[in-house]
Design a protein around this ligand. Structure first.
Ligand SMILES: Nc1ncnc2c1ncn2[C@@H]1O[C@H](COP(=O)(O)OP(=O)(O)OP(=O)(O)O)[C@@H](O)[C@H]1O
Ligand SMILES: [Mg+2]
Length: 460
């Protein structure tokens, strides 16, 4: 299955996008607040400066005099090194300062203060004007004091603050991404736990999954449990079907064979006898094929959900030996069994079927009056069952093709068989994590077939 993206990554990206949006928003808000704050500070200082100058106005006789207070300009220098311009206007006449400083700007009413942004000498200035009525002799005269300052310093402060805010926002964004990844992973942990619980299971473990899960996962767990339940039922049905089918095919064939044997005994002519012998042989072939095909199906089915039982290979070897002894006796073949307790993990039915096929071959392909030797032993971490016969052997290699389905050797001519025995044995061993070794008997003539399996750990 190719995964179609990752929920964790998608969640992280989504949360990171939200974090990025919030970062940009907060950066623009902080920047604009910083600029506003800096501008308000400049306005306040400009107003204080203009007020200080206005308060220094005094009248001497009919004249209005002004001695510019040093503090009025020093306070402006405190905020930045910007250029400062001023203008004191007495009833339309310049008392002091730059007479051309924003002449168009409306003068505020007495006691009022006005702010404005003007362009003067190619620079943008923030200007504040304040009007005060001063008595010149007996006449009240309106005096307007204007103080202006360039905004370079303020802009620099605002830019500086904005840069700091940007750095903080980037740091916030990075932290948010890390936290998002952490949050995404920990929220998906429950899902991983369920996936691991399913993955950890042995193939034959069809118990329902635990019901305690977060609400969001409950439907998934329920569906999985329903699926496991259906799978279990279907597996049980298949097993029953295979057993039933084997029984139904073999029983009538055995009856037909028995009838054919009876007919053979009472047959007179050679031609009739020959025909009945060919019939019996065909029945044997069909019966063997049906049996092997069903055994093969059983292997495929049981290997899918392999049991994990502790199996003593010596017991399996004894069972197979006693089951095949009558067949061997018919050919005067002796079976010698040398076994020690060797425990492996797996399916006893399958292991028995594998060994039965190998021993069956040894008896089937050997000449009468020979011996078949079976040895069960443990070597390092490996269990071995060796079946050695004194027959014609497997011929020249390679022997791999003998484990292919329906492949029969040249020596199989005239011998009942379907070419599935070694396929079954090989598939059983592979399902158990083992392998089959086909070789010539090194100590004499005949074949040597070894079933190799991993030993059960922790068991003697
Ligand atoms: N012990 C043996 N000695 C000689 N030849 C063997 C031996 N075991 C297997 N073979 C060869 O390997 C071939 C494949 O064996 P396999 O058991 O798969 O099929 P089969 O015995 O022909 O049919 P069946 O499915 O009935 O067992 C045989 O046809 C035979 O030629
Ligand atoms: Mg065989």
């Amino acid at each position: 299955m190719t995964p179609s993206g990752s929920i964790g990554r998608r969640l992280t990206v989504l949360l990171a996008c939200v974090a990025a949006l919030l970062s940009v928003l907060s950066w623009s808000m902080v920047s604009s607040f910083a600029r506003q704050a800096a501008e308000r500070t400049q306005d306040n200082i400009l107003a204080a400066s203009a007020t200080t100058i206005a308060e220094a106005l005094r009248s001497e006789g009919d004249e209005i005099r002004l001695e510019l207070p040093y503090a009025a300009f020093s306070m402006l220098g405190a905020i930045s090194q910007d250029r400062v311009f001023y203008h004191v206007d007495v009833d339309g006449q310049t008392l002091t300062g730059y007479s051309d400083l924003a002449p168009d700007l409306e003068t505020p009413a007495p006691g009022q203060i006005s702010f404005g942004t003007v362009t003067y000498r190619q620079a943008t200035l923030r200007m504040v004007s304040i009007t005060r009525v001063v008595l010149a002799g007996a006449d009240p005269v309106p005096v307007t004091v204007s103080v202006a300052q360039t905004r370079d310093g303020i802009s620099a402060i605002a830019t500086d603050l904005s840069r700091t805010a940007a750095l903080l926002c980037v740091a916030f964004f990075v932290l948010a991404v890390v936290l998002s990844a952490f949050v995404a992973r920990s929220s998906l942990n429950q899902l991983t736990t369920v996936a691991e619980a399913v993955a950890r299971r042995g193939p034959s473990d069809l118990r329902p999954l635990r019901d305690r899960a977060p609400t969001e996962l409950a439907p998934l767990i329920q569906s999985l449990n329903r699926f496991i339940d259906r799978l279990g039922t279907s597996l049980r049905r298949s097993e029953e079907f295979i057993t039933e089918a084997a029984h139904r095919v073999r029983t009538p064939l055995a009856t037909v064979r028995a009838q054919a044997e009876v007919a053979l005994h009472s047959a007179r002519g050679d031609e009739e006898k020959g025909r009945l012998r060919r019939m019996i042989r065909a029945i044997d072939e069909s019966s063997r094929s049906a049996g092997q095909l069903l055994d093969h199906a059983t292997v495929a089915f049981r290997a899918d959900s392999l049991a994990h039982d502790a199996i003593d290979l010596a017991v399996i070897a004894r069972t197979v030996t006693s089951a095949l002894e009558p067949t061997a006796e018919m050919k005067d073949i002796a079976i010698e069994l040398a076994s020690e307790t060797v425990i492996v993990r797996g399916d006893g039915v399958l292991l028995e079927s594998a060994l039965r096929n190998v021993v069956d071959n040894a008896i089937k392909y050997s000449s009468p009056d020979t011996t078949v030797r079976i040895g069960v032993s443990a070597d390092g971490a490996q269990a071995q069952v060796r079946v050695v016969d004194e027959g014609p052997g497997l011929g020249a290699g390679p022997f791999d093709r003998f484990t292919e389905r329906f492949h029969r050797g040249d020596n199989a001519e005239g011998v009942v068989g379907s070419g599935l025995g070694l396929t079954i044995a090989n598939e059983v061993l592979v399902a158990h994590g083992g392998h089959i070794v086909l070789a010539q008997n090194e100590e004499g003539r005949g074949a040597c077939v070894t079933l190799c399996l991993p030993l059960a750990s922790g068991l003697a």
